[in-house]
Design a protein around this ligand. Structure first.
Ligand code: PHE
Length: 507
């Protein structure tokens, strides 16, 4: 392009600046008011003039002259005075309509003037030369007082049409009324004018065509080079924008991950196991009587395929003895006769305690601290806090010195690390632990039950081949998830409602 020369300086201007400059070039020597600029640029908001004017001033093309004026207008009392008469005017009128002998304080007090007016009113009259002589209102210079009062009333009236510049108002009146409350109000008013500098006036109009703002650089623009010389739309960091949606783990998975890292940090190793188990490992190994109500079809999902899971005969033998008469655990057992077919019925595990007992059976003489987070299944009616599938956080400490205090402090440490430092245990009952404890955490001033724990009974540990005590616990994961994620319905965790899942807190 060969015609670029004259507009060099204009090229760096923003669109609004170009438009304003172009308008001003129509009268290059004028001093421009806000109104004139708004009309020449066809803007309806003065922020454009202020912004573009500032830009042009910085570019050395425009000079801004600021004049600050103090405007005076009537306050609330002043408006009342304009409507109903100034207090001294009304008092003066009252006085002059009375016979001389009736111009007394007592008749003023019993007049229509309100108490709130008579007090200050007398003060004002005194200032004008009225005196109180043994209860009579007396004055000498009647004409002078009338003149002064008229002048004041006149001044108030002059303001009733709107604010005026205080420098052009009667200075004496301003100072008088300024000392009386509520009559006048003052406001600073800054007005600006804009004038082209020499540099501004010499800009070539043709360089001032407004350019298309580039909002987004496309690959095409980069390839063709059409962006060169273009003007870029500035970023508006306040503009509303869609929340960027990145991939994230399911909140439940993140929570599991966090629990996992807490236990690993505490020196535990992770174990897991199958969903399908024998009733033997799931229940008999835990000294749950074969007649226990939780073992019925209403509570447990028994399977048809497979309907049977084989259990090693040595365990069946031991459990039969323990259940029938206590074997050599010191217990009397449950009595009756143990059914090894019942023991081999296939089911979906009802708790993850099945994993920890099997771990002990496989490692009877190796001290261990293990945990597992797994899904369990129970025939529950679905509601706000129940589902037929849920997760448990299971764990054991199996070592020579395992003890109840060790169990409690371990659970306290775990929940404290999860953000719930207030933990309490209450006595409870499970067929497989003694002592047994229910674990609660404090949340929003309420104790919430999160799970069971205890020390495995000898009826459990003996057949497994260990002589050490075992601290054991099994906690609900969903309950904890509801707290941490702020949910009031457990089902929200498993519904594929992406909108809701996206908004759940990152863990
Ligand atoms: N298995 C028990 C439950 O499902 C919890 C528990 C685990 C209790 C270990 C004591 C010891 O509620």
């Amino acid at each position: 392009m060969t015609s670029g020369m004259p507009g060099e300086a204009g090229m760096n201007l923003r669109n609004n600046e170009r438009r304003m400059l172009k308008g001003m070039l129509s009268e290059p020597n004028s001093e421009w008011s806000l109104e004139k600029l708004l009309s020449v640029a066809e803007w309806d908001d003065q922020v454009h003039v202020a912004g573009a004017g500032k830009g042009l001033q910085e570019a050395g093309m425009v000079e801004i002259t600021e004049t600050t004026s103090r405007m005076v207008s009537l306050g609330a009392e002043g408006k009342r005075a304009a409507d109903y008469g100034l207090l001294e005017s009304r008092l003066w009128h009252w006085i002059r309509n009375k016979e001389e002998v009736q111009r007394t304080m007592s008749s003023l007090m019993s007049s229509n003037f309100d108490r709130s007016e008579t007090g200050p009113g007398i003060g004002i009259l005194k200032g004008l030369g009225v005196e109180i002589d043994s209860g009579n209102l007396v004055f000498l210079n009647e004409e002078e007082i009338s003149r002064e009062i008229d002048k004041r009333a006149e001044f108030i009236k002059s303001l009733s049409n709107g604010p005026i510049e205080s420098s052009s108002a009667d200075e004496e009146m301003i100072s008088h009324f300024s000392s009386r409350s509520g009559l006048l109000e003052f406001e600073e008013n800054t007005s600006r004018t804009w004038k082209l500098t020499k540099a501004g006036a010499s800009i070539d109009q043709s360089a001032l065509t407004e350019s298309q703002l580039i909002g987004e650089l496309t690959p095409e623009m980069l390839q063709t080079g059409s962006w060169v010389g273009g003007e870029f739309k500035p970023f508006d960091v306040q503009a509303p924008a869609p929340t960027p949606i990145g991939g994230r783990r399911h909140p439940m998975q993140s929570l599991i991950e966090r629990i996992r890292s807490v236990f690993l940090e505490m020196g535990f190793s992770e174990i897991d196991g199958d969903y399908v188990q024998s009733a033997g490992w799931n229940m008999d190994s835990l000294f749950i009587p074969q007649s226990h109500p939780a073992r019925t079809m209403q509570d447990t999902f028994y399977l048809d395929k497979p309907s049977k899971v084989e259990v090693e005969g040595s365990y069946l033998d031991l459990w039969a003895r323990v259940h029938e008469h206590g074997h050599d655990t010191g217990s009397k057992g449950w009595g009756g006769s143990f059914d090894i077919d019942e023991s081999q019925r296939a089911l979906l595990r009802t708790h993850t305690t099945v994993n920890t007992v099997r771990h002990i059976a496989e490692n009877p003489s190796i001290p261990s601290r293990v945990f597992g987070i797994g899904r369990v299944f129970r025939q529950e009616t679905i509601d706000r806090t129940h589902m037929p599938e849920f997760h448990q956080i299971e764990g054991i400490i199996h070592e020579p010195d395992a003890s109840l205090p060790m169990l409690i402090s371990t659970l306290k440490t775990f929940y404290a690390k999860m953000g719930y430092p207030d933990v309490r245990v209450r006595p409870a009952y499970f067929p497989y632990t003694e002592p047994s404890a229910e674990v609660d955490i404090l949340w929003k001033g309420e104790w919430l039950e999160l799970g069971g724990s205890g020390i495995f009974r000898p009826e459990v540990t003996e057949p497994l081949g260990t002589e050490w005590p075992v601290c054991a616990w099994g906690m609900g994961l969903e309950r904890l998830a509801m707290l941490i994620l702020g949910l009031d319905d457990i089902r929200q965790l498993y519904q594929p409602d992406l909108e809701r899942l996206r908004k759940m807190p990152l863990l």
